[in-house]
Design a protein. Structure first.
Length: 528
């Protein structure tokens, strides 16, 4: 069954999706679909903050330079300038929506993170994302032109192949989505679709990303014919809490920004001076994550220590109330002792290729946020640049759609979802087994330090699993777990293929067979 057409369909209710929805709703009726709860994406989990040049002593040029240094020169300068110059406006819009950023006298309080040459991170304590998500959701819920539909798992884009009068074109008319409460699959059609479905972090066994970060949108866009870029650039955050019960709790980079030190628990010594003597703990993330990985492997450790207990207790609790409370509940007091930390997957730098207007290769499909490759992050994202990217590109996509509205035709009649050849699954265990297998080999073979041999092993596993998953998908009724498994595998394939194509070490892609960095930076672009 096809639902009533909306003007615009937005996939995802995080920072990118809701920014686009709020701008579009000024003139059009917008439907927002989300998998699970409306606040279950990465946005609500963001801790450190949002990077923006707001201090008189700082400049756009500084922020641009820091972004390009972190990105190891792979960034598109045009995109970097576009985003960074729009940061102050984005912060202003969030303040208008009521985000209670921390202040210092009449100004916003700015904290510091790795790779930034100046203090420029605006934040709400150490739980910035929670406040941003709440403000955006409140505005969207109150907007008469926005309909929010949680618990809808998008499966695939509707294109010319699904028109009742088959055209076979790549024009996107919306999505087929599973209503997880009724178990029915419906066609949601619209004049234009904006993809804002977040990253693919859950391809890895250890990740700070939420459960739903399974690369659904990237895989859907690839299957529909869109190019994806730089998928090998998977960011590992240096400091995820090491705890046997709590597996993916982030310890914000701002802890290091405010003076936290990394210490080898065996030697009791700071070790960053051996890896980056100038920037120490505030070197870009790829360098700090590799340094920790190296210490862990060299000394046979389970974790390293992050210590900020040399600062006054009220300074620590004042800056990091959420983390302090969470750690206390686990028996760790960060005001008196160190925190055990390990690196974990954190951010998907690559994704669906877009231009400065958020346009993908597919007519009728725009994209914004972590699911995209906009050119901002290059080979390694600078801390706190990703929420910023969501606000800037969510807005840019909306503006382009508004300005070109007359060029978008109404959707034609669409075929309903075909369930005539599937039955209920009788072996859910296959899904669970394959999920775990993918995440484990991606962690072991496609992690922080790579080799061609390990990548080829991963590729071999992916080929075998592909046959199994496709057969399962063809025979059984879809569930969210199955949809995600298919996308996780597709995303893993894109990551490994991209990693095998890059014959150099650059930023996050560190491969022992090619330790040098080529002179001219080139994107890894996969074409369907
Ligand atoms: P998300 O916020 O992840 O939203 C994705 C949306 O898509 C969700 O609504 C989800 O339900 C929906 N979706 C996904 N698949 C489907 C599907 N199949 N069908 C329907 N809907 C779907 N960045 C910063 O700049 N500063 C920080 O301080 C910071 N801290 C972070 C801390 C943590 C722990 C993590 C994990 C990330 C952090 N990041 C930070 C990164 C940043 O939070 C994300 O990059 C950003 O929030 C992504 O926003 P988004 O709108 O692109 O996607
Ligand atoms: C953090 O708070 O360390 C995360 C910041 C980011 O991912 O940009």
């Amino acid at each position: 069954m096809a639902t009533r057409p909306y003007d615009v369909l937005v996939i995802g209710s995080g920072a990118a999706g809701l920014t686009a929805a709020l701008a579009l709703a000024q003139e059009h009726r917008v439907l927002v679909l989300a998998k699970g709860a409306l606040n279950s994406g990465s946005t609500a989990w963001a801790q450190g903050g949002i990077a923006a040049v707001l201090d008189a002593g700082d400049t756009f040029e500084n922020h641009i330079r820091d972004t390009m240094i972190a990105g190891a020169g792979l960034n598109r300068q045009e995109t970097v300038e576009f985003v960074i110059e729009r940061a102050p406006q984005a912060i202003e819009r969030l303040r208008e929506l009521g985000v209670p950023f921390n202040t210092e006298g009449p100004n916003l309080h700015l904290t510091r993170e790795g790779g930034h040459s100046h203090r420029r991170i605006v934040h709400v304590d150490d739980a910035t994302g929670w406040a941003v998500q709440a403000a955006l959701l409140k505005a969207a819920e109150e907007h008469p032109n926005i309909t929010l539909l949680p618990n809808h798992t998008c499966i695939d884009f509707i294109t010319g192949r699904h028109e009742v009068r088959y055209s076979g074109s790549g024009r996107v008319w919306g999505v087929y989505a599973l209503d997880t409460l009724t178990g029915r699959v419906e066609a949601h059609v619209a004049h234009v679709t904006v993809l804002a479905s977040g990253g693919a972090g859950r391809c890895y066994l250890f990740s700070t990303a939420p459960r739903g970060a399974t690369g659904d949108g990237i895989a859907m866009a690839w299957r529909a014919g869109a190019r994806v870029g730089n998928m090998e650039m998977m960011q590992f955050h240096p400091t995820c809490l090491y705890n046997l019960e709590v597996k993916n709790f982030l310890i914000t980079e701002a802890v290091r920004g405010e003076g936290g030190r990394l210490i080898n628990p065996r030697t009791g010594k700071r070790f960053m001076e051996f890896y980056d003597p100038e920037r120490l703990e505030l070197a870009p993330r790829d360098i700090v994550a590799r340094a920790i990985d190296s210490e862990i492997k060299r000394f046979g450790l389970d974790y390293v220590h992050l210590d900020i207990s040399h600062k006054p207790a009220d300074f620590v609790t004042g800056h990091f109330p959420t983390i302090h409370e969470k750690l206390l509940s686990l028996g760790i007091d960060m005001t008196t002792g160190p925190i055990p930390v390990v690196p974990a997957q954190h951010y998907t730098c690559g994704g669906v290729m877009i231009d400065l207007d958020g346009r993908t290769d597919l007519p009728g499909l725009y994209a914004a946020g972590e699911c995209t490759e906009s050119g901002l992050h290059g080979a390694n994202r600078l801390a706190s640049n990703s929420l910023l990217e969501c606000f800037v590109f969510g807005d840019a996509a909306a503006r382009h759609i508004l300005a070109n509205w007359d060029s978008f035709e109404a959707p034609p009649p669409i075929c309903p979802w075909d369930e005539s050849r599937v039955t209920d699954s009788d072996e859910e265990v296959v899904i669970k087994q394959n999920w775990t297998e993918i995440r484990r080999f991606m962690w072991n073979y496609v992690g922080i330090v790579r080799t061609t041999k390990r990548l080829e092993r991963a590729q071999h596993r992916i080929k075998l699993l592909n046959g199994e998953v496709n057969e399962y998908y063809a025979h059984f009724r879809v569930s969210t777990d199955l949809i995600e498994l298919r996308n996780l595998l597709q995303s893993a394939d894109l990551i490994v293929r991209s990693a095998l194509k890059r014959h150099e070490s650059r930023g996050l892609h560190y491969i022992l067979d090619y330790p040098d960095t080529n002179q001219s930076p080139t994107d890894t672009v996969l074409v369907p």
